[in-house]
Write a protein that binds this ligand. Structure first.
Ligand code: HEM
Length: 149
């Protein structure tokens, strides 16, 4: 195997790892606000509420946060390898990914407030916010696959 082939293979393995963790991360982002919607419908202080608090904490610490870190690590390696910083599609993708990371941070903080008995926004607002990761994913996939600019 030449150096060039080995290098290309490594790039593909890293890209595969990137995508595996993208799926875990986005799946978690789809689930978390859903959990919050059900959580908010349970009576404060009830056993049901305690179960939601536990499920949410596990989803955040076992899936969401580790997956987000892995997506960033593998994504940045890919970006350095191909010098993505000068590419138009990457600028917009990077902006959207920073937005998704902010959304992630907001949702993690939201869960901690819920666990303290607060109900910061309505179920309807949570349902609307739940659309954000789907829309961002659709735009990001078009950017990385079609590379329209
Ligand atoms: C966290 C920061 C991220 C960085 C720095 C990053 C960077 C990159 C780079 C440089 C590539 C290689 C593109 C190529 O080989 O042409 C890539 C591939 C890809 N990324 Fe990301 N990414 C990030 C997050 C995400 C997220 C959140 C998603 C989806 C929601 C995503 C979806 C994809 C897809 C689908 C590919 C495969 C494209 C192909 O087949 O060539 N990435 N990423």
């Amino acid at each position: 195997m030449t150096f060039g082939t080995a290098f290309a293979m490594t790039y593909l393995w890293i890209k595969a790892a990137h995508l595996i963790f993208v799926i875990f991360w986005i799946a978690g982002l789809f689930m978390l606000p859903r959990y919050y919607i059900y959580h908010q419908e349970s009576a404060p202080g009830s056993d049901e509420e305690r179960r939601w608090i536990d499920r949410e904490r596990k989803l955040r610490s076992i899936i969401l946060t580790p997956a987000m870190i892995a997506v960033w690590v593998f994504g940045l390696i890919l970006a350095y390898t191909i010098g993505a910083w000068t590419m138009g599609w990457f600028h917009l993708k990077f902006l959207l990914v920073i937005g998704l990371t902010g959304y992630h941070g907001y949702m993690v903080a939201y869960g901690k407030r819920l666990a303290r008995g607060e109900r910061p926004v309505t179920g309807k607002a949570l349902r609307l916010m739940n659309e954000v990761p789907g829309i961002a994913t659709a735009i990001i996939v078009v950017l990385v696959i079609v590379k329209p600019f």
